[in-house]
Design a protein around this ligand. Structure first.
Ligand code: HEM
Ligand code: HEM
Length: 397
């Protein structure tokens, strides 16, 4: 029989229980393996497959969970088998409600994280990569990730208690509770009452606390960014008029698994001397490489194979500015990055409005010139080209 009665689970409830249980356990295992795999060139492809499978299984769980919950609304809930044991029945039911919450919150938080971050491991079907109402935002991805990680611990504890309980019934008490879920046999006495409305209310409160926790307790990464020390500007000894940067942005775009991933440096300065009559000048840009964020691959990008920010915390570009024609300029110089100094030309447009200059420029780098990502020999995982773009406004001093 498909439907439940007061003393047994129907085939539909059992199908939902076991399919979701299996997929959740598989995803917990994949998540843990992924978390404990070092991020290196050798593991990159394996991790990409692992997370793609993890996400696809997770989204499948969400679909099944929605159907399961809708189905459960139409069904009788089988009675507790030992209603006289009030505390035990209460605990079992709180755990059931916690697990119901888990099968929604776990995949939803994962999906929001995936949709908010750029790059890395697509879900293995074309739709659903981006969710409506979820912006591409590191903060959103970070918060969703925190909820995901914390919820994983809640599931570990509740599933462990749930399985221990089931084993206790099967091995010690041999009371038919497990086979009621396994084979759909009968157990319990019709008319026995459930443990009131307290369990769902308790489970809901616990979940609200778990989801709210990362929003209430300040997270490490936020503090780090907020406390980034202002950079010291390079000395300009030029006779030319000096310009001070008011505001600006410095972004890089890399190609990861064939898709563009944009990142930016939060902390950098530029010392600029420029004579607008001759159209000549010089510029020194100092970049705090530890302030790089690059979607979900920030850690790898900052790691020893790429920017190696622990050893090389700054990168410097120095160049001579020449006006080409009209607003078109170029700065020809060198970029020193991860200990390598490479000739680089930055092409930019400069427009002046009184004492305020607006500049936007681009250049293309090849990571191999700096020995970056030597382990990624072809472009399958990480492309060779890195597009750099900058925009700023500066004021004549
Ligand atoms: C059944 C649902 C799911 C379970 C049980 C689950 C479980 C886990 C676990 C245990 C981890 C490792 C803990 C951690 O890194 O904090 C993890 C990480 C992760 N999960 Fe899930 N997950 C589920 C669904 C999803 C879905 C649907 C997505 C995306 C569409 C997703 C994306 C991720 C990502 C990107 C990570 C890595 C997070 C990081 O390293 O910062 N998960 N998951
Ligand atoms: C080896 C693993 C598992 C075993 C042996 C197991 C066993 C059981 C048993 C025997 C019941 C019936 C309890 C009763 O009749 O009162 C049950 C119910 C339930 N189980 Fe599991 N379970 C397992 C994994 C999971 C997992 C991973 C979840 C996570 C979602 C889960 C969620 C539930 C829920 C929500 C119920 C309440 C019944 C319903 O409304 O569908 N179980 N489980």
């Amino acid at each position: 029989m498909l439907t439940n009665t007061a003393t047994r689970y129907g085939a539909a409830a059992r199908f939902f229980h076991w399919s979701i249980a299996l997929l959740i356990l598989a995803d917990l295992a994949l998540g843990l393996i992924g978390e404990n795999t070092p991020r290196t060139a050798e593991t990159a492809d394996r991790l990409q497959t692992l997370y793609s499978v993890h996400k696809t299984i997770g989204v499948t769980v969400l679909g099944l969970a929605v159907m399961r919950i809708l189905w459960a609304f139409t069904q009788t809930k089988p009675v507790p088998v030992h209603p006289e044991r009030k505390a035990e029945t209460m605990l079992a039911e709180v755990i059931h409600w916690m697990l119901y919450g888990a099968i929604l919150i776990m995949p939803l938080s994962g999906w929001v994280m995936h949709s908010a971050e750029a790059g890395f491991a697509p879900i293995l079907w074309p739709f659903g990569q981006d969710l409506p109402f979820v912006p591409k935002s590191e903060d959103v991805a970070h918060m969703a990730g925190a909820v995901h990680g914390l919820s994983a611990w809640v599931i570990f504890v509740t599933v462990a208690l749930h399985i221990l309980g089931a084993l206790k019934h099967a091995v010690i008490e041999k009371d038919g509770v497990l086979s009621r879920m396994l084979r759909g046999t009968e157990a319990g006495v019709e008319g026995a009452s459930h443990a009131s409305a307290l369990p769902p209310a308790l489970a809901a409160m616990l979940w609200i606390a778990v989801v709210a926790f990362p929003f209430v307790v300040p997270l490490e990464q936020h503090e780090e960014v907020a406390s980034a020390a202002p950079m010291e500007q390079a000395e300009i000894t030029s006779e030319l008029p000096v310009w001070e940067v008011e505001q600006g942005g410095l972004t890089i775009t890399v190609t990861q698994m064939g898709a563009p991933v944009e990142g930016s440096f939060a902390n950098w300065t530029a010392a600029i001397a420029y004579n607008d009559e001759s159209g000549t000048g010089e510029v020194t840009v100092t970049i705090d490489t530890t302030s790089l964020s690059l979607g979900s691959v920030t850690q790898q990008a900052q790691g020893p194979e790429f920017f190696d920010t622990e050893t090389y915390a700054t990168a410097t570009f120095t160049g001579e500015i020449t006006r080409l024609e009209g607003t078109a300029h170029e700065a020809v110089g060198t970029l020193t990055l991860v200990g390598q100094t490479v000739p680089v030309t930055l092409a930019f447009d400069l427009t002046l409005d009184g004492d305020r200059a607006t500049m936007s420029g681009t250049t293309a780098l090849d990571r191999r010139d700096f020995g970056m990502g030597a382990g990624y020999e072809d472009e399958g995982t990480v492309g060779f080209g890195v597009a750099v773009a900058t925009e700023l406004t500066a004021v004549r001093q």
